[in-house]
Write a protein that binds this ligand. Structure first.
Ligand code: FAD
Ligand code: SF4
Length: 506
């Protein structure tokens, strides 16, 4: 009796573990690989057109590779996933289905319901897209116990022996090189162009189809991403040779005309299985041993992948579904409409939002210290922020978006994920970028017609939430500065913040 291996669209691993496990017991001809482009999933939010093109084109290329290597592939475009599995089953007369555990809670619930709803025997193999599902460094943490990224990161580095010496200690003598990193960008330093890939005929076909969808963010035009494992590896090579040598040093810098700077732009590939985290960090580690990149840059990058990425997934599994209902600050304002078109007087937000709508990408500091910083200070409801981020980014998936938006970006979970709320005024943005130089707002003014909104929103937030903020020792310095504002100034920032927020909703 033939057997179905259902490969999810964000699990196009090479080789896929389900196929690998079956190879020894079953011939390729007995396996029917089922792949589904679910149109109902694609319409849940106005997803970025380039994200859908990436996903569908990569899936279709993957199906071709499987066919060429002797598998039978049933590739379906469908409105309803239940219905399609049911009709697949009847057509191919399969009574067993093997699949890999989905990365999202919703996906796992769906997989678990297949036996009762469709009467199909379902074997769900463990998810191997994350290192923390292969090795959990903190298996005995009690519910509610605070865990920080650093704890998980060190356990990961030791277990996978990344930048670890023979004594089990971190190479270079320290776990973290933050003091050397996070520098502002020198004026004369330009960042290299990121490799781009010409769409082939299959990708062009997908671009045309996606552009017909009713609800979309951005458009498919200008799509230039990798859609195969081979091209994703070329993108890795481009990053390792061109940008890794500066990655950590300038990881917090922002520049108007350089969306990627020295970042990798690889998250979208990692999140659908075109790349795997271990191969990526091992390749970065080799660059250090080969003398091609310094320890601060390589460690900084490895920390992002096996520290932050794994920590976010680990926390997602631990804190969902409650995480996506958190609202610690009681924020209730509507997301300004300029998030959907980019037309605002604030230069930093205008540039970054327009770029996100175009490319589906902004690097981490722009996501954190511009976009979510603004949403936190303007007290936008977390669910609306979540919906926008989920729609607008090419690398957005629930497991990564929920902890980053509710946890790191908005601190809506009260600090279960981030060790402090990430808030800043124009002072920080000006120090780390060139946005303020051409903005019609004044970065130095706290109140007044031309005062930068980040300033009065920041001081208003500190004043309004000082009781909650005082509970976090990392906020002490910011709160201390409140004493330099007299009562009149405090009243002025609060009035202007309130007016600004009211105007946003008009
Ligand atoms: P790089 O700066 O080159 O970093 C290397 C890799 O580290 C990334 O590719 C990514 O896989 C990983 N990484 C670094 N930080 C994080 C993090 N906080 N969480 C998870 N992985 C991390 N990342 C997504 O993959 N999808 C999202 O939808 C997403 N939404 C975000 C929303 C907010 C509000 C914030 C603050 C962060 C979000 N991130 C998200 C995390 C991070 O910003 C992106 O992974 C990163 O910017 C992707 O660009 P890059 O590949 O150039 O990353
Ligand atoms: Fe952004 Fe304010 Fe700087 Fe303008 S002045 S770019 S709004 S931080």
């Amino acid at each position: 009796m033939p057997l179905t291996v259902w490969i999810l669209g964000d699990q196009i691993l090479s080789p896929h573990p389900a196929l690998q496990n079956l190879e020894t017991q079953t011939s390729r001809q007995e396996i029917i690989v089922l792949m589904i482009e679910s149109r109902s999933q694609a319409q849940r939010l106005p997803y970025h057109a380039k994200k859908l093109v990436l996903l569908y084109s990569a899936m279709r290329h993957y199906a071709e590779v499987l066919r060429a290597s002797g598998y039978r592939v049933d590739y379906r475009v469908a409105a309803n996933t239940f219905a399609v599995i049911s009709s697949h089953r009847q057509e191919y007369r399969t009574d067993r289905l093997v699949t890999m555990a989905a990365s999202s809670v919703r996906g796992r619930r769906f997989q678990n319901s297949l036996l009762s709803k469709l009467g199909i025997e379902t074997h769900i193999i463990p998810n191997t897209q994350f290192l923390s599902t292969i090795y959990d460094p903190l298996p005995d943490v009690a519910p509610g116990q605070a865990v920080r990224q650093e704890q998980l990161y060190r356990g990961m580095r030791q277990h996978f022996k990344l930048l670890i010496d023979d004594q089990g200690q971190p190479v270079g003598g320290t776990w973290n090189y933050d003091q050397k990193n996070r520098q502002a960008l020198p004026k004369n330093l330009t960042s290299p162009k990121v490799i781009h890939f010409e769409p082939d005929s299959l990708t062009k076909q997908v671009m045309e189809e996606v552009d017909q969808f009713d609800r979309l963010t951005g458009s498919a035009e200008g799509f230039d991403l990798a859609v195969t494992h081979e091209s994703a590896l070329r993108a890795v090579d481009d990053f390792l040779t061109q940008r890794l040598p500066y990655f950590g040093t300038y990881e917090d810098a922002m520049r108007q005309r350089a969306p990627v700077l020295f970042h990798s732009k690889l998250a979208a590939y990692l999140n659908i299985g075109l790349l795997t985290p271990l191969e990526l960090v091992q390749a970065a580690e080799r660059c250090f041993y080969d003398g091609k990149a310094g320890i601060n840059n390589v460690e900084g990058f490895i920390r992002q992948v096996i520290g932050w990425r794994e920590y976010m997934y680990w926390q997602y599994c631990r804190l969902m579904p409650g995480l996506a209902a958190e609202n610690y600050w009681g924020s209730a304002n509507a997301l300004p409409t300029f998030f959907w078109h980019g037309r605002t007087r604030m230069n930093c937000l205008r540039q970054v939002i327009q770029r996100v709508l175009d490319l589906g990408y902004a690097h981490h500091i722009e996501r954190l210290m511009l976009l979510s910083n603004f949403c936190l200070l303007a007290e936008i409801h977390p669910d609306q922020v979540y919906e926008w981020f989920s729609s607008a980014f090419i690398d957005a998936y629930e497991w990564v978006m929920a902890p980053n938006v509710y946890g790191m970006g908005l601190y809506a979970d009260g600090g279960q994920i981030a060790s402090k709320p990430y808030i800043a005024s124009a002072n920080y943005i000006n120090k780390m970028s060139d946005y303020c130089q051409t903005c019609s707002f004044d970065k130095n003014q706290r109140t007044g017609e031309n005062a930068c909104p980040f300033n009065f929103l920041y001081w208003n937030f500190l004043l309004k939430h000082q009781d909650k903020l005082r509970k976090n020792y990392r906020m002490a310095r910011m709160l201390h500065n409140l004493k330099f504002l007299d009562d009149q100034e405090k009243g002025a920032v609060q009035d202007q913040a309130q007016q600004f927020i009211e105007d946003l909703e008009k």
